[in-house]
Write a protein that binds this ligand. Structure first.
Ligand code: SAH
Length: 528
């Protein structure tokens, strides 16, 4: 076979003896979970990422630190490059010897102009690989409960660009032939031309009663599906105010979305929920809410800094062997303790003679990860609960406690242990400071009443959130905030600072808070 590889062509290779490599990667239709494992690996290894508007920007967080990230899509208000400029840029970066991840929405070879970019790279002698992506043409209907093929309803499907105005004399489409096609028609880029498309399909013999669905911003928190017929979808789309990006599905299968719709039916779909806890601790909580369909906005009001490398913490781990009990009141305390051990060249054997208490299951879980089993977790996940548990064990008189805690911890636990005759060493293990402030877009959503819940997982999150609201707008915004509290202590601070308590967890844990949020919205939707 005669393959011409222009990498041997003179010019480029003389100047750039070792061209890099380009991966043409499909980023999937929007839901970041729909990017392939291989695509992720390319993204993580790349020296340069060149991405489009439709690629979910959240994915860019997976690029390695120091990676050059360039936007090449078309978006209002930003300079947009034409296709030749984009192709030239990709080649240029690779010819500098870099590994380039060219990230495109959906699949790069489905209306993605990936073919043109690949041809340009071949002409320039730049090696490339294609990493297919999950195309919106199939995935967006799937998220609306529409299988593009279905026994008895459609044995084929056809993906068509709606970008070309039907009726244009130079149109590549043969509309009569498209109308006569058996099977499902999937139109991409067809919002503006939908009136003409429907007209041509009906003129070509498709029945006006044929089911048709249009799905806006599929696979993400703003997904909307309008189910209609070929005859009235234009009107229904206009009534709903559907805007691009959207996909139109024409054919019997579209009607299945009534029975098979699942994504928009999840319990928290369409709910916007703010998570205020520190970013380092927020992911499991945010994921649990997202799994139930919520749109989560992370607005960390707390920044946690380890104090492991301080004289007090380092001395505390050196002397840990003297303790009868080592009590951990937070995950951050465990992390700092482990870090201090490491700095001192020690390990968990220093606690061989001590018993271990944790304030709640997440802290116990983190202890397990560093190789420590917990002897005591109180029934009530608070300082008071720990004190009750120690009382139930027969008191603490004469016992020595090591209590790696927050620099601004409530003194309740240490004081209570001392009152009961214990000796307490409470080295500050971490400090907390206010987060980065609240983004403007969030303030606007809050002011407009477009946030369903703001979650608070400690008293500090409440105080810092309230303080982060600009003073002039604070009262107005607080009137609109509906708060979700992890437990009674946080709720107390909410009352003090004037934050409405709409939801309170039955037990002070994240799973219980998620549970309470779910049952709150279940009740709300029953009423409405
Ligand atoms: N290469 C892409 C398609 C690019 S063309 C792919 O394989 O998915 C851009 C068109 O794709 C949009 O106009 C719209 O019709 C469709 N599209 C892409 N993502 C979409 C989404 N999340 N929801 C609805 N339509 C989408």
């Amino acid at each position: 076979m005669d393959t011409t590889n222009s990498s041997t062509s003179p010019g480029n290779t003389d100047r750039f003896p070792e061209p890099g490599l380009v991966w043409l990667v499909g980023a999937g239709p929007g839901d970041p979970g729909l990017m392939t494992v291989k695509g992720m690996r390319c993204l993580a290894e790349a020296d340069v990422v060149i991405y489009d508007f439709l690629a979910n920007p959240v994915l860019l967080e997976k690029a390695r630190p120091g990676c050059e990230i360039l936007f090449a899509g078309k978006q209002a208000g930003r300079h947009s490059m034409n296709q030749d400029e984009i192709s030239a840029l990709i080649a240029e970066k690779a010819l500098e010897g870099k590994r380039v991840c060219r990230l495109k929405g959906g699949d790069p070879f489905v209306f993605g102009r990936g073919g043109e970019e690949a041809l340009h790279l071949r002409a320039k002698g730049v090696p490339f690989e294609v990493v297919p992506g999950v195309t919106s043409a199939v995935a967006v209907p799937a998220y609306a409960g529409i299988p593009v093929t279905h026994r008895g309803a459609a044995v084929s499907f056809r993906v068509i660009t709606g970008h070309e105005a039907p009726g244009k004399p130079e149109s590549d489409h043969n509309w009569d032939e498209i109308a006569a096609t058996e099977g499902t028609l999937v139109f991409l880029m067809g919002v503006r031309n939908l009136p003409l498309i429907c007209e041509r399909l009906i003129a070509g013999g498709r029945r006006p009663e044929t089911p048709a669905a249009i799905i806006e911003r599929g696979t993400g928190p703003a997904q909307r599906t309008v189910l209609a017929t070929l005859g009235d979808i234009v009107q229904r789309m206009e009534e709903a105010g559907i805007k691009p990006p959207a996909i139109t599905v024409v054919g019997e299968v579209a009607a299945l979305s009534r029975d098979l719709g699942w994504f928009e039916q999840r319990p928290l779909f369409g709910r916007r929920i703010v998570v205020t806890r520190a970013r380092a601790q927020a992911s499991a909580f945010a994921e649990a809410l997202e799994e139930q369909g919520a749109e989560v906005i992370q607005a960390p009001t707390i920044h946690i800094e380890s104090l492991a490398d301080t004289p007090a913490m380092r001395a505390a781990v050196r002397n840990a062997g003297e303790a009868d009990w080592c009590v951990f009141t937070s995950v951050s305390g465990v992390d700092a303790f482990a870090e201090a051990l490491d700095l001192e060249g020690l390990d968990v054997r220093v606690l061989a003679g001590a018993r271990i208490a944790a304030i709640g299951p997440p802290t116990a879980e983190r202890l397990k990860r560093i190789g420590l089993r917990t002897d005591l977790v109180p029934e009530r996940y608070a300082a008071e609960g720990l004190l009750d548990s120690f009382d139930a064990l027969g008191g603490v008189s004469g016992q020595r406690f090591l209590l790696p805690c927050s620099a601004i911890a409530r003194r309740h636990l240490a004081d209570g242990l001392r009152e009961r005759g214990g000796t307490v060493d409470e080295p500050p293990a971490y400090s907390t400071s206010q987060g980065d402030g609240l983004p403007d877009s969030l303030l606007e959503h809050l002011e407009a009443g477009e946030v369903d819940l703001v979650t608070f997982t400690s008293s500090s999150t409440v105080r810092n959130f309230v303080e982060a609201l600009p003073e002039a707008r604070r009262r107005d915004i607080l009137d609109k905030v509906r708060g979700a509290s992890i437990g009674p202590i946080t709720s107390g601070t909410m009352r003090e600072t004037g934050v409405t308590i709409t939801v309170e967890a039955a037990k002070s844990t994240i799973p219980a808070l998620v549970e309470a949020i779910l049952s709150h919205f279940e009740q709300t939707s029953e009423v409405s």
